[in-house]
Structures are given as C-alpha cells and as structure tokens.
Design a protein around this ligand. Structure first.
Ligand code: SF4
Ligand code: SF4
Length: 482
C-alpha cells in the first residue's frame, strides 16, 4: 500500500483533471447537502448495527442523525433513508462500512502513488460480497476510472452495485473493455498535477470548488486574508439575480441544495445557446473578425442547422459585428470566463444546534460570454437574445469589479449586445475607480444576506412573494412551508 499522502481518490483525480488548484485543504463550505449525505450514511450504519426491532432502530437512527435539521431537510433525509431500507432490507450478512476500497498503484519519480475507488458499504453472505456505492445525486453513474479499477481488480465472487436513491434502484456498475489504458490515462493526469500543483484553470467547475475563496480567481475585496474559521457561501450570477427578488429562492439553491421541482434530464439546445456557441467560436483569438469574408465563415459553422434558423443566426452575428466595429483595436481573448470576488462580513452559524456568531465569506461568480481588450482597456461582451432587464446592471457590476481585481486595472468596459429578432442594440457601461468603489460597497451589503442563513435551517431565510414566484423552482415546497 502506498504512503497515505500519495493516495488520491477517484473524486480527487476528477477535480485535478479540471483544475490543479482545486485540490486543497477542506474549509467550511456551507454545504448542508454534503452534510446530509454524511448524516444519511451514519443513520444507515446506526440502523444496520442496532439489533432492536425495526421500528425502534429506525426511530433511534433518525433521532440521532437528523435532529438538527429543519422540517424540509428532515423529510428529504427520512425519504432517502426509507428508500435505502427498501432497496437493502436487513439481511443475515456481514456488514462493513469503513474504508472499503480498491486501489491501483504506479511508481512516479521513484515514489508509489495510488488511485483509490471507494465503496460506502459491503455485504458478505459467506459466499460472495456485494460492494455498494451510495449515491443521492441525479447522475449516479460512477466515473470511468472507478469502473476501470473495478474491472482490473475484480474477484470472481464480487459484485459492484450503485444504490441510486434518487432513482430508487440498484444499478450494476458496468465494467469496461480497456481498464489498463484508462488507468494509464488517469496516472498521466496525476503526473501533470505532481509537476505543477498550483496550475489554475477556471471553468464551470469553479461553481462546485471548495478553493474558490483562496485560489486567486475570486479575490477578497474587503479583507487581506481568509482563515479556516470562516463559513463560506457561493453565489452564481443566476442566483444573484434571484437573491435580489427572494432570499429563500437563492438560499435553497446555493446553500441548502433543496431538490428543484423542475428537474429535467434532457434539454434541447436553444437558439440562444447556439448563437453563443457559434459566436464564441468565431470571435476568440480571431484578428480578422471585421472582414466581410471572415463574417461569411460563420455560415460554415451552421451547415447542420435548418435554413430559417441559419439565416436568423447569421443576421444576428452580422449585426453584432457592426456593433463591435465601434471599438478600436478590439481583441477577444476568451469566452465563458469566470469572473467574481469574495466578501467577508459578520454572520451566523450553528454549533450543536445552537446559533453562534461567525464570519461568512460570500463568493460571487459569473461566466462572462466574451472577454478581451479594446484599445488596451479590459472589455466584457455579454450576448443577449432577449430584451434588456434591470438585473443586467447587477451583472455588469459583478463582471466589472471581478475583471478590475484580477487584471489590476482601474477601468473596465462592459458591453451588453441585445440581438433581438427585429433589431440589435447595445448598451455600454464604463466603470472607473469611483464606480468600482460603489460597486464594492453594494456587494458588501448584499453579502450580509447569505451571512444570515443558518446552516441546517432552510426555513431561517426570508422569503418575498412576487411575480417571480410563478417561475420559481420551489413553488410547491415553498407554499407548503410558508
Ligand atoms: S475556483 Fe476555479 S480556478 Fe479556483 S481552484 Fe477552484 S476550479 Fe480552480
Ligand atoms: S415561491 Fe416565491 S417566495 Fe417561495 S421561494 Fe420561490 S420565489 Fe421565493
């Protein structure tokens, strides 16, 4: 067995593959959803190890592990617990629950490294063993590297199962045809990490990363350093807009992970998404985007689209270029780029069911459509296929402050281009030092809201009823708990 420090779980390898910097020391990310998983796991262990009659062992496990949660989260936990008991009723088998793993090792730079696939439980009936991964997410499939490790080290009397509680089913973990190649590929990811552990690669994964307040991508705006005693909350641009209308709606998304009522497994790519994707492909690092011949190349990207849609997309793109012509020396260097910052204010937390005072860091983040420079000044271009709404100002402020901090500049342009069916128009906002300073103050005020949300108590957040309720993803649950 390799040295503990050289052991990486398959989950850690996934994080490394997205961004090296994302693997860091644990901090106090306010993540009741993760805590719920741990408490559900402990309830299952307590129930399995209690020989009392079924009703009593269930009641004791629920009391010991779910008591500090509010009614909504208790209901979620009890429901998942009952689904597990249905899938795996108590049997006369040997039950294990600690550090059940399968490892693959390789020597890198004269040291042994291991990649480890973890199981939550195992059941042994004396003849064969069932290894179980407990999953509560909508997408319960184990990763490719998990499946490769299991394929390579599987013994004849072993079965590998995922207990997919959201889907209410037990799923056999599918083995793979080429485990060695997959394992090798993942050790290459590990090698690249060992050579440069700090490499930062912002992307969609920032929204689920525990290092966001420390990696430098989302700088602190009102403090020099952050300690491990600070509780953290992450607010995406979409949730920032929701927070503006109703705290409960934002909090249930970002802090409590309350299941959404509008969950859809597959969504067709909308015209707006297509326009974004093709435009980004055309503009990033393209010095010639103003040339007529270059504009025509847009049509080469859309050959698979239906004729009317193609025409519509091309019209929007040509009109966008006309708007961009107004900027001298414009260079677009990146797309879907994460910008934001971190504010630390006084707030609350809970300890053993009691409310305590605690500093809370809120990390505001959003993905800018296009970023670059116009005559040396940082510019962010946001592509909208809907009319202007008041919240676009909030978005512009988030990007402007984020860009000024990470690029250390005192001027930022945010340009919204509205590509509607009958016209294209734009709105430019220039932020200089005094504007950036008021944006900073505004966001410090906003961050007092998440700082007041009590972990474990989803009902501690204020709610505001309004027109927005009709589109809310928690409509039914919310009205039940008002
Ligand atoms: S927040 Fe993003 S850039 Fe920073 S460490 Fe995490 S994944 Fe990397
Ligand atoms: S239904 Fe309305 S009040 Fe309730 S969380 Fe949603 S937006 Fe807020």
């Amino acid at each position: 067995m390799s040295d503990k420090d050289n052991t990486f779980s398959t989950g850690q390898i996934k994080k490394i593959s997205e961004c090296h910097s994302s693997l860091g020391k644990n901090n106090q990310l306010a993540a009741p959803k993760l805590q719920r998983w741990k408490d559900l796991n402990q309830a299952i262990i307590d129930w399995m190890n209690n020989d009392a009659i079924e009703e009593t062992s269930i009641a004791i496990a629920e009391k010991n592990n779910f008591q500090f949660y509010d009614e909504i989260q208790k209901k979620i936990l009890s429901n998942l617990f009952s689904k597990y008991r249905e899938l795996y009723p108590k049997k006369d088998t040997e039950f294990e629950f600690s550090y059940i793993t399968k490892d693959t090792t390789q020597v890198i730079n004269n040291e042994e490294y291991a990649i480890t696939s973890h199981f939550t439980y195992s059941y042994n009936d004396g003849v064969s063993t069932e290894f179980v991964k407990l999953k509560t997410a909508h997408d319960p499939d184990p990763s490719l590297i998990d499946r490769a490790i299991l394929t390579k080290f599987r013994k004849d009397n072993e079965e590998y199962i995922t207990a997919a509680l959201e889907k209410n089913e037990l799923q056999d973990i599918e083995l793979v045809d080429n485990p060695d190649a997959i394992i090798e590929q993942h050790f290459e990811i590990l090698k690249s990490y060992i050579t440069n552990r700090q490499k930062r690669n912002p992307g969609d994964h920032c929204s689920i990363c525990n290092m966001a307040s420390r990696c430098g991508q989302f700088p602190l705006i009102n403090s020099d350093k952050i300690t491990n005693r600070v509780r953290e909350v992450k607010i995406s641009k979409t949730n920032l807009v929701k927070l503006n209308n109703c705290e409960r709606r934002a909090a249930w998304n970002v802090q409590y992970g309350i299941p959404r009522e509008d969950f859809v497994e597959f969504e067709t790519e909308s015209t707006a998404t297509k326009f974004h994707t093709y435009t980004q492909q055309m503009l990033v690092n393209n010095q010639n985007f103003l040339d007529v011949k270059n504009i025509d190349l847009f049509n080469d990207l859309t050959t698979d689209e239906e004729a009317t849609l193609r025409e519509n997309l091309f019209k929007k793109y040509s009109e966008l270029i006309t708007k961009l012509k107004e900027y001298k020396n414009l260079k677009i260097t990146d797309s879907e780029y994460q910008l934001g910052f971190t504010c630390i204010v006084d707030g609350v937390s809970t300890k053993d069911g009691e409310v305590i005072e605690k500093k809370v860091a809120t990390i505001f983040m959003g993905k800018a459509d296009l970023v670059g420079r116009a005559d040396g000044v940082p510019i962010i271009v946001e592509l909208k296929t809907r009319p202007e709404i008041p919240e676009d100002l909030l978005e512009a402020q988030l990007y402007a402050l984020g860009a000024s901090l990470i690029l250390r500049t005192e001027e930022v342009i945010v340009l919204h281009v509205y590509s509607l069916n009958d016209q294209t128009f734009n709105k430019e906002r220039r932020f200089e030092l005094s504007e950036l300073d008021s944006v900073k103050k505004k966001f410090i005020e906003i961050s007092k809201k998440p700082a007041s949300w009590l972990p474990f108590d989803a009902l501690s957040t204020r709610y505001t009823i309004g027109d927005w309720c009709q589109y809310c993803e928690f409509k039914t649950t919310c009205s039940e708990y008002r």
